[in-house]
Design a protein around this ligand. Structure first.
Ligand code: FAD
Ligand code: NAG
Ligand code: NAG
Ligand code: NAG
Ligand code: NAG
Ligand code: NAG
Ligand code: NAG
Ligand code: NAG
Ligand code: NAG
Length: 470
């Protein structure tokens, strides 16, 4: 995020410094300008932080022979290119965005003939280990009128965790977890306090140790307390328990005025409402989120792929339509389906039914499979019932890669599935015919009780979250 987000905090907090021109990002002090802090000032700031200031070295430097950061290393470069698609390559770094467009080809390892410059990457990151680091950074960036950005894993596809000329608060190393019995007017029960750097797979493991589950992403490396729960957050438990945001009992934050605060439905309740769905990097710097932990449950899961290459397109889309419509009762009963149409292929990877039996899941998919059989379309299909959600997720959830695609999305209202399905199918077909990858997540995030929060209310009527990639 950019600092003006923090400064326009729509709450009664006394934060805006008189005369501070927050409305025009061009007014921020930029590297190379006379206002930019001196080497000594950066060094003093680093000392205040106990040495936690990181000067960015672009990860692409190993692929370059010219430029300020060139550090050519043939093996290092080959390894980087081989591993570029994996989220870990980026989230272990303090500066690399997964949506490479927002790096603006700065020190791009795939363009070795260009010089390696900092470009759009932020020049500094603070390796945050507690609230004091956040407070010191807010003081420093405000004093010097420097852009501030909050970076956790770098998953954000709108580039909101990247900013040129900025100091990044790098939250990745806040890795504490704590299991607790939570008591409040709105919830009594098991909960997990998750440090801001905790990722999906770590949250799941922390819950698993207590025979519990927590809502987290299909992509296991998304940061739970970061952009995920602050913006909505869906995953294979979302039809059963609601969105990631719906799980958050309290936030521990530092607001732009430098104050450490707790935000819950009973304490700073306006701030709790806003952060819970209002979007990452907008209202405060989150240090931890305390989320509901639910009892483990049996989970049935299935995957299905088929190709439409030798299939009449009308038949292919009839199968897709049957699938979308006929899984709806499963979704209303707690299932989540992650599916895609790419080129002429359909992939279901997977449909997970937490709390559901193999027979129930099989019954819900029967009409789709029957149609495939009827048209002699070959497919691969696997269905299994697991004792726990943990086992199902481990066996059936493929690892997610980053993508070069430009992505955008739509939340499709349930009414479209119920009463305009032929129109929807014809639109999807037109999109797919243009070579656009269609990713759909069929889910129902309003069957569980939904707490009052700032989640986009359109989610509550949505049947499918579509993401289109070009
Ligand atoms: C491969 C891939 C798979 C994905 N799969 C899913 C999925 O299954 N379900 C789903 O719901 N979403 C998914 N997403 C989207 C993901 O949830 C969002 O990109 C989310 O914003 C990532 O949050 P982050 O904190 O990990 O990432 P970052 O990019 O580091 O941060 C995202 C936003 O949150 C802000 N932020 C981060 N940490 C904090 C903090 N501590 N305090 C305040 N603001 C903060 C940042 O400034 C930025 O605006 C996926 C994304 C990718 C790239
Ligand atoms: C900050 O100090 C630490 C420890 O002295 C040092 O390793 C690091 O390089 C310094 N950071 C910057 C940006 O100078
Ligand atoms: C992820 O990227 C790796 C390395 O490029 C590749 O081998 C793998 O097939 C990709 N996985 C998916 C699911 O796309
Ligand atoms: C992106 O890079 C180009 C050329 O390298 C430069 O002209 C442009 O200003 C950059 N854009 C941003 C937003 O930094
Ligand atoms: C960041 O801090 C953590 C401790 O909180 C430390 O383990 C890690 O090595 C540091 N990373 C960098 C790149 O300085
Ligand atoms: C939780 O327990 C407290 C008393 O211990 C009670 O006041 C509160 O109403 C309970 N909340 C719920 C949701 O049951
Ligand atoms: C499917 O195959 C069977 C047997 O091979 C054949 O009788 C039938 O006509 C085929 N159906 C279609 C729709 O092609
Ligand atoms: C479906 O799941 C099985 C069992 O986990 C796995 O072996 C197979 O590769 C999966 N198929 C797809 C297309 O993901
Ligand atoms: C969600 O499921 C419930 C039944 O469990 C149903 O009443 C509701 O209409 C569904 N909502 C959506 C958006 O599908």
């Amino acid at each position: 995020m950019h600092l003006q987000g923090l400064l326009f905090l729509p709450l009664a907090l006394p934060i805006v410094h008189a005369g501070f021109k927050a409305t025009r990002p061009s007014c921020r002090c930029f590297p190379g300008e006379p206002c930019w802090p001196t080497v000594q000032q950066w060094s003093d700031f680093n000392a205040t932080l106990g040495g936690k200031l990181i000067s960015t070295v672009p990860i692409g430097s190993v692929c370059h022979t010219s430029g300020a950061f060139a550090a050519y290393d043939a093996q290092g470069c080959a390894d980087l290119l081989d591993n570029w698609a994996y989220p870990t390559t980026h989230y272990e770094s303090s500066s690399s965005p997964m949506a490479s467009w927002f790096a603006n080809f700065s020190c791009d390892p795939f363009l070795p003939h260009r010089s390696c410059e900092i470009g759009s990457l932020q020049p500094y990151a603070v390796n945050v280990s507690g609230p004091e680091d956040v407070q010191a950074t807010l003081r420093f960036t405000r004093k010097h009128n420097i852009r501030l950005v909050i970076r956790n894993t770098g998953h954000d596809y709108l580039g909101k965790s990247t900013a040129p000329g900025a100091v990044a608060l790098w939250m990745h190393n806040l890795k504490d977890t704590q299991h607790l019995q939570y008591t409040s007017p709105s919830y009594n029960g098991s909960a997990l306090r998750l440090g801001a750097g905790i990722q999906g797979y770590e949250a799941m493991a922390a819950a698993h140790a207590h025979n519990k589950v927590v809502v987290s992403g299909n992509c296991e490396s998304v940061g739970v307390a970061g952009g995920y729960s602050q913006a909505g957050g869906h995953g294979q438990l979302a039809s059963q328990f609601g969105l990631g945001a719906d799980q958050v009992l309290e936030w521990e934050v530092v607001t732009a005025d430098g104050k450490l605060r707790r935000a819950s439905p009973t304490e700073n309740s306006d701030l709790h409402w806003a952060i819970t769905g209002g979007g990452g990097g907008t209202y405060a710097v989150v240090l931890s989120a305390t989320v509901k932990a639910h009892a483990e449950l049996i989970t049935s899961s299935a995957n299905l792929t088929f190709s439409g290459t030798d299939v009449d397109p009308a038949v292919f889309w009839e199968v897709v339509q049957t699938f979308i419509v006929d899984i709806q009762p499963l979704v209303d009963a707690g299932a989540v389906a992650i599916w895609a149409v790419a080129g002429s292929s359909f992939m279901l990877t997977p449909i997970a039914f937490p709390g559901g039996s193999l027979q129930q899941l099989q019954a819900g998919l029967a009409s789709t499979l029957a149609l495939l059989d009827q048209h002699n379309i070959t497919y691969t299909y696997h269905i299994e019932q697991f004792d726990t959600f943990w086992d199902s997720y481990a066996a059936m959830n493929p690892h997610s890669n980053i993508t070069e695609a430009q992505i955008g999305g739509r939340l499709m209202p349930r009414s479209v599935i119920d009463s305009k399905i032929p129109a929807l199918i014809s639109v999807l077909q037109g999109i797919a015919d243009e070579g656009v990858v269609i990713s759909g997540v069929s889910l129902n995030v309003s069957r569980a009780a939904t707490p009052r929060n700032a989640v986009n209310p359109v989610w509550r009527d949505a049947a499918i979250s579509f993401v289109l990639g070009t």
